[in-house]
Ligand binder design. Structure first.
Ligand code: PEP
Ligand code: MG
Length: 575
């Protein structure tokens, strides 16, 4: 198998730009994960400069120069951040201003200068002063501890400036650009400005990696697992086609602009869909949004989503060194409940571990973290983390007058579901669990005795069914939710829910694919939850087909033996 995923196209299934329209240009291919087309010059994240070892001592005569190098670098970094703050708006501007001020913090500057005065090179002094302050911040805990990441980021920028190396992290371009990277951490992706980063392509990562999920949330056209991406120099102009998975290099500018316009027009057409979710013959299906915090929920509220089907709470805390208090958690969860007051909101308890480690969850090193202590298994080690989170959710529910549904990730046995349900009900909350492990799908009828609803996480269900790492670009064809084995497990779970009249939703990326979403409805799935950017695509498609067609498509998919055959069989019925 190669990393070229041309035949595994996801998304709306229709090319908006059409590679033929840009014929003559060189084309790289990957897995499309966020629909839309972006065009601009390529930028890349800068590499973090290594702090040279502190072994050397600066001669007394040169210490003045060293001091000047440090002060000048800190001033340049602060100035650059201030400039960006002026260009940005809202929360982004506030964060950049605060970071600019931090780069000129008197205490931090003094600590570094003192070290330089005793012979420390400027880079080592910046590093040591940062670690002194980081230790202090961690000790204070709470919001101070969260600033440690910002402080280290400033250290990296100052060190790079002293060494004359490129600025680390994702640069803020002055013109709309496309960002190429080997991969991006969720924290990097979450900070992207969709006005300036108009396309995203990575050489690693699978369609359901968290980078892809966050890009979808931001609505940035995105292609992952692109073969040959690393060889494209910065400054090359490129089209990122998040529908076909094509990366077109040095295209004709007029044709590229036209492709972007066509894609926008198609997106506009789809965005006319205003809900509610139902098939053309009136079969109701809740179309919900996946969110990661209050801001995401408020953005989702602007779409036709009828509620939140998955609030990934762990994404609120990726940068935290210490566990948020119950009150802090209640405040954060309350923001999401407020945004969707009077609507269904499904909050997932922390899915820490594997590719989303939380520092305060104290993960031990594991050979196979995806098969290790993640999701509800953290609570098996330390029930307190779960109790405090449930307390935070209950407090948010009381403060906002809402009745959220609460579900646990990575449930593998009925006993885990039973224990979770008891802890959740004890706090007056409605319990459910995610079906992400094949064992749980197969025993759904037993699990349903304990909980009020199920939500299928097709990303992990595909990973564990196919024994293929969802982060692996080479295995992306195996982790495709169109795999008939995955569809069969969804069918089994939906049937178990229907038998006892309990809702079974899908909140994995399968629900973001309009064609596959229709198949899920045909299988008996009662709600579809996808990133905000996919909500209108899914709702618009569902409104064009009737329930009988969805059932026919589902039956056809279940008869196939490959994802390619499943897609083709369904497309023949629904397109
Ligand atoms: C899933 O596995 O499908 C899911 C929704 O959870 P996550 O992607 O956060 O692991
Ligand atoms: Mg999952």
């Amino acid at each position: 198998m190669t990393g070229t995923l041309r035949t595994e196209t996801q998304g709306t299934g229709a090319s908006l730009s059409g590679p033929s329209a840009l014929r003559g240009s060189s084309v790289l291919r990957g897995a499309p994960v966020v629909p839309g087309v972006g065009y601009g010059p390529v930028i890349r994240p800068g590499r973090r400069a290594e702090v040279p070892s502190a072994a050397s001592v600066v001669d007394e005569l040169d210490r003045g120069t060293e001091l000047e190098r440090f002060r000048a670098a800190a001033a340049v970094v602060a100035g650059r951040l201030r400039g960006r703050a002026e260009l940005a708006t809202g929360a982004a501007s506030e964060v950049l201003s605060a970071n600019a001020a931090m780069a000129q913090d008197r205490g931090w500057l003094k600590a570094a200068e003192k070290l330089i005065g005793t012979g420390s090179p400027a880079t080592a002094a910046a590093d040591a002063a940062t670690e002194q302050f980081a230790a202090m911040f961690v000790k204070v805990g709470g919001l101070m501890a969260e600033r440690v990441t910002d402080l280290r980021d400033i250290r990296d920028r100052v060190v790079a400036e002293i060494l004359g190396s490129p600025e680390p992290g994702v640069p803020t371009p002055t013109v709309p650009s496309v960002l190429f990277a080997d991969d991006l951490a969720p924290a990097d992706t979450a900070g992207l400005d969709a006005e300036l980063i108009v396309g995203l392509a990575t050489s690693l990562g699978g369609p359901t990696s968290h980078t892809a999920i966050i890009a979808r949330q931001l609505g940035i056209p995105c292609v992952v697992a692109v073969v040959g991406l690393d060889d494209v120099p910065e400054g090359t102009t490129a089209v990122v086609d998040g529908i076909t998975g094509d990366i077109v290099l040095e295209p004709d500018a007029a044709l590229a602009d036209a492709a972007v316009k066509t894609a926008r027009a198609e997106l506009d057409r789809v965005s006319q869909w205003t809900g509610p979710g139902r098939t053309s013959d009136g079969h109701s299906v809740d179309i919900l949004a996946n969110v990661q915090d209050g801001a995401g929920a408020r953005a989702a509220r602007m779409t036709a989503a009828d509620g939140v089907g998955l609030f990934r709470t762990e994404l609120c805390f990726l940068d935290r060194d210490t566990e948020p208090t119950v009150d802090e958690q209640a405040e954060i969860y309350g923001q999401v409940l407020d945004a969707f007051a009077g609507h269904k909101v499904v909050i997932r308890t922390l899915d820490a571990g594997s590719d989303k480690p939380l520092r305060f969850a104290n993960h031990a090193a594991e050979a196979n973290p995806a098969l290790g202590i993640r999701g509800i298994r953290i609570a098996e080690q330390d029930r307190g983390i779960l109790y405090r989170q449930l307390d935070g959710i209950a407090a948010a529910a009381a403060a906002t007058g809402s009745a959220p549904w609460v579900m646990a990730p990575m449930i593998a046995t009925a006993a885990e579901a039973e224990a979770f349900a008891a802890d959740t009900r004890a706090r007056g909350l409605k319990p459910g669990v995610m079906i992400e492990v094949p064992a749980a799908a197969l025993l759904a009828e037993h699990i349903l005795r304990h909980v009020d609803f199920l939500s299928i996480g097709t990303n992990d269900l595909a990973q564990y069914t196919m024994a293929a790492d969802r982060m692996s670009s080479q295995l992306a064809a195996l982790t495709d939710p169109w795999q008939p084995a995955v569809i069969a497990l969804v069918a089994h779970t939906a049937k178990a829910g229907a038998a006892v009249g309990k809702p079974v939703g899908v909140c994995g990326e399968a629900a973001a694919d309009p064609l596959l979403a229709c198949v899920l409805v045909g299988l008996g799935i009662t709600s579809l939850s996808a990133a905000s950017a996919a909500v209108a695509h899914v709702g618009a498609k569902l409104s064009t087909v009737n329930l009988a067609q969805c059932k026919e498509a589902a039956a056809a998919a279940l008869k196939t033996d490959s994802s390619t055959a499943a897609r083709a069989a369904v497309a023949a019925i629904l397109n």
